[in-house]
Design a protein around this ligand. Structure first.
Ligand code: HEM
Ligand SMILES: [Cu+2]
Length: 644
C-alpha cells in the first residue's frame, strides 16, 4: 500500500480529477483513431523516425501549441482566482502549483519549442542547406524535449506538481513531495535536448551556408538564431549542473542548496539566474529576427541598419550574462554589487533601443502592406517598448526594493514576453504557414486575433503595474477586500478572458483555413526576399534541387528583381540522411529513467540507465551512411512540383 501512496496526488480537487478523465479519454481516442485509420505505420515511418528538419520543426510547433493551451488554462485559472477578493476557487496550495507549472510550461515547454520550431523549419532553407548539420541529433533533441515536457505534464496527475515557483528557490523547494523531483528531472531531460539543439544549429549556421553567403550576408533571422544558439551553448550547461545538484539534494541527501551542513541556498538562485537571464534572450533574439524579416518584407525594402542590428545582438548576448543578480537586489549583496548589476542591466536598453529605431526607420521609408504578420510586428513596437521602459525602472536597484516580488514585476515580464515573444511567434506562424502547408491562414480572422490579443493584453497586465506599485505581492493566492485591489484584478481577469478568446480564434483559424483556404497559391505568396521562399511549396525533402549561390542577404529578391542567377549547373545526385528509430526509443527510455528517479524506484532506474547506454552503443557501431536521391528522382519531383 505504501508503494502506491507515493503516486497519489497530495491535494486532489475536482479540476484535477476532471483533467485526469479528459486526458485519459483523449489518449484512448488518439490511440483508437490511429488504429482504426491504420495510421501507425505512417506515423512511425514519416514522423517518429524522421530526421527531416522540416518535419521535426512541425512536431516542435504542435508541441508548443499544445503547451500554450496547457499554460493558458493555468493562467486563466489564476486570473479567475484573483478576480475578486477572498476568493475560494483555488486554495493556496493549488495556486502555488499552478503558478509554478504555468511559468515552467510557458517558458520551457511553450516559448522554447516555438522558437526551436522556427529555427528548424526556417534556417536550413534560409541558408540554402539540405538539412541541419546533425540530423539525427536533431531528432534526439526533439524527442528528449518532448519526453521531458510530457514527464513534467503528468506531475499533476501522478504524485503532485512542483509548487515552489518556476524559479524553484531553495529551501522553499525542499519538500517531501515529489513535485521538486519532477521539476529537476523533467527540465533536465528537456534541457539536454536543447543543449544539443544549440550545438547543432551553431554548427549548421557556421558550416552549411550556401556558397556566397558570408556571415554578413546572412538573413537577419539566421543571425538572431545563431546568437541565440551560442547563448544556449554557454548558458544551458549551468542549468544542467544546477539541476543535477538539486536532484542529488532531493534524492541522495547531498547538501548543495540546503540551509545547514554547509549548503548554500543562494547558490541555487545564482546558478538559476546565470542560466535564467540569458534564457530570456534566447527567446527574444530569434523573435527580433522574425520581426526583422517580416518588417522588411512588408515594408518592401531592405532592413535598415543591418550591421548595427548584428552588433546590437552580439552586445546583448554578452550583456545577458552579466546581469543575473538583478533578480535578487534585495538579498543583501551590498551597494557595490547592486550598483554594478544595475548599470549592466540598464545598458541592455541601449542596443535594444538601436534595434527599435532600425525597425522604425525601415517602416519609415517603406511601402507598408498591412498583412497579419505585419500587424503583429507594428503592434509589437509600442507594446514592447512599454515593457522595456518598466524594465529600466526595475533595473534601479534602490527602487527595486519597492517593486520586488510584486505584481509590477509580473506585469513587466509579461509585457516583454507577450508582445515580444508571443506576438513574434504568431506573426511568424502566419508568415511561414503557407510555406509549410501550401495555403494561407485567413487574414481577417488573423487580424481579429491580433487586435483581441493586444487589447486583452493591455487590460490584463496594465492593472498589475498599478496594484504592484500599491503593494500587491506576486504568488499570493488571494487578498482581502480592504486592500482595494479588487476592481483592478477584475479588469485583469476580463483582459485574460479576451486573450483566451484570441487564442481560441487561432485554432478556429487553422480549422477554417484547412477547410476553405485556396490551395492555388504560389511558393512565394508574400513577395518575400530571402532564400526560404526560393524553393517549392511543399518543400521537397532535399530542399533545393541545386544548391543556390547567393550574393547578398536578400538572395531571392536579387533573383526576382536583379536577375541574379540562383541555380547554376545541372542536377546531381543528392546525399541525404536515413531515418532512425533510436532517438525516439532512447528518449522513451529517458522518460522511464526520469520517472524512476522521481519516485526513487532504483531497480528500474538502473535498468533504464543501462538502456540509454545500449542505445548510444548501438548508434556508435551502426554503419549508416545515408542514401542518395538519384538525378531521375530529382527530375521527377521537380517536374511534378512545377506542374502543381
Ligand atoms: C496569456 C496570458 C497570460 C496570463 C493571463 C498570465 C497570467 C499569469 C499570472 C496570473 C501569473 C502569476 C502571478 C502571481 O500570482 O505571481 C503568471 C506568472 C508567470 N507567467 Fe504568465 N500569463 C500569461 C502568459 C504567459 C506567457 C506567454 C509566459 C511565458 C512565455 C508566462 C510566464 C510566466 C512566468 C514565468 C510566471 C512566473 C511564475 C512564478 O511566479 O514562478 N505567462 N502569469
Ligand atoms: Cu534577468
Amino acid at each position: 500500500m505504501e508503494f502506491f501512496e507515493r503516486f497519489a496526488i497530495p491535494h486532489p480537487s475536482i479540476a484535477i480529477y476532471a483533467s485526469m478523465v479528459a486526458a485519459g479519454l483523449t489518449l484512448i481516442a488518439v490511440l483508437a483513431g490511429l488504429t482504426y485509420f491504420k495510421k501507425w505505420g505512417y506515423l512511425w515511418r514519416e514522423w517518429i523516425t524522421t530526421v527531416d528538419h522540416k518535419r521535426i520543426g512541425i512536431m516542435y510547433l504542435i508541441s508548443a501549441l499544445l503547451m500554450l493551451f496547457r499554460g493558458g488554462v493555468d493562467a486563466i485559472m489564476m486570473r479567475a482566482q484573483l478576480a475578486v477578493p477572498d476568493n475560494k476557487l483555488l486554495d493556496s496550495q493549488h495556486y502555488n502549483e499552478i503558478f509554478t507549472t504555468h511559468g515552467v510550461v510557458m517558458i520551457l515547454f511553450m516559448a522554447m519549442p516555438f522558437i526551436i520550431f522556427f529555427m528548424n523549419f526556417v534556417i536550413p532553407l534560409q541558408i540554402g542547406a539540405r538539412d541541419v548539420a546533425f540530423p539525427r541529433l536533431n531528432a534526439l533533441s526533439f524527442w528528449l524535449f518532448f519526453m521531458g515536457a510530457m514527464l513534467f505534464n503528468i506531475s499533476f496527475m501522478v504524485g503532485g506538481s512542483p509548487d515552489a515557483g518556476w524559479t524553484s528557490y531553495f529551501p522553499l523547494a525542499d519538500t517531501d513531495s515529489v513535485g521538486t523531483n519532477y521539476y529537476m528531472i523533467a527540465i533536465q531531460i528537456a534541457g539536454i535536448g536543447t543543449l544539443m539543439t544549440g550545438i547543432n544549429f551553431m554548427t549548421t549556421i557556421l558550416k552549411m551556408r550556401a556558397p556566397g553567403m558570408t556571415l554578413m550576408k546572412m538573413p537577419m533571422f539566421t543571425w538572431s538564431a545563431f546568437i541565440a544558439n551560442v547563448i544556449i551553448v554557454f548558458a544551458f550547461p549551468v542549468l544542467t549542473v544546477a539541476l543535477a545538484f538539486g536532484t542529488m539534494d532531493q534524492l541522495f541527501g547531498t547538501q548543495f542548496f540546503t540551509l545547514d551542513n554547509g549548503g548554500m541556498a543562494m547558490l541555487w538562485a545564482n546558478l538559476f539566474w546565470v542560466w535564467g537571464h540569458p534564457e530570456v534572450y534566447i527567446l527574444i533574439l530569434p523573435a527580433f529576427g522574425i520581426y526583422s524579416e517580416i518588417i522588411s518584407t512588408f515594408s518592401k525594402r531592405n532592413l535598415y541598419g543591418y550591421k548595427s542590428m548584428v552588433a546590437s545582438m552580439v552586445l546583448i548576448s554578452v550583456l545577458s550574462f552579466v546581469v543575473w543578480a538583478h533578480h535578487f537586489f534585495t538579498m543583501g549583496q551590498g551597494a557595490m554589487a547592486n550598483s554594478i548589476f544595475s548599470i549592466t542591466t540598464m545598458a541592455i536598453a541601449v542596443p535594444t533601443g538601436v534595434k527599435i529605431f532600425n525597425w522604425i526607420l525601415t517602416l519609415w521609408k517603406g511601402k507598408i502592406e498591412f498583412t497579419t504578420p505585419m500587424l503583429y510586428s507594428i503592434l509589437f513596437i509600442p507594446l514592447f517598448t512599454l515593457g522595456g521602459v518598466t524594465g529600466v525602472m526595475l533595473a534601479m536597484s534602490a527602487a527595486d526594493y519597492q517593486y520586488h516580488n510584486t505584481m509590477f514585476l509580473v506585469a513587466h515580464f509579461h509585457n516583454v514576453i507577450i508582445p515580444g515573444v508571443v506576438f513574434a511567434m504568431l506573426a511568424g506562424l502566419t508568415y511561414y504557414w503557407p510555406k509549410m502547408f501550401g495555403f494561407m491562414l485567413n487574414e481577417r480572422i488573423g487580424k481579429w486575433t491580433a487586435w483581441l490579443l493586444s487589447i486583452g493584453f493591455l487590460l490584463a497586465f496594465m492593472p498589475m503595474y498599478v496594484t504592484g506599485l500599491d503593494g500587491q505581492a506576486r504568488r499570493m493566492y488571494t487578498y482581502s477586500e480592504s486592500t482595494g485591489f479588487g476592481p483592478m484584478n477584475m479588469v485583469s481577469f476580463v483582459g485574460a478572458a479576451i486573450m483566451a478568446i484570441g487564442f481560441v480564434l487561432i485554432v478556429y483559424n487553422i480549422y477554417y483555413s484547412v477547410r476553405y483556404a485556396s490551395r492555388d497559391i504560389s511558393a512565394d505568396p508574400w513577395d518575400a526576399r530571402t532564400l526560404e521562399w526560393a524553393t517549392h511549396t511543399p518543400v521537397p525533402h532535399y530542399n533545393f534541387a541545386i544548391t543556390p549561390e547567393v550574393a547578398s542577404s536578400e538572395a531571392y529578391w536579387d533573383y526576382k528583381k536583379k536577375n541574379h542567377e540562383l541555380y547554376k549547373g545541372d542536377y546531381e545526385k543528392i546525399h541525404m540522411p536515413n531515418n532512425s528509430g533510436i532517438p525516439f526509443v532512447m528518449s522513451c527510455i529517458f522518460f522511464g529513467w526520469g520517472f524512476s528517479l522521481i519516485f526513487s524506484l532504483w531497480i528500474p532506474a538502473i535498468i533504464t540507465t543501462i538502456g540509454i547506454f545500449v542505445c548510444m552503443t548501438l548508434r556508435s557501431f551502426e554503419k549508416d551512411h545515408g542514401h542518395y536521391v538519384s538525378v531521375k528522382e530529382i527530375e521527377d519531383t521537380e517536374s511534378e512540383l512545377r506542374g502543381a
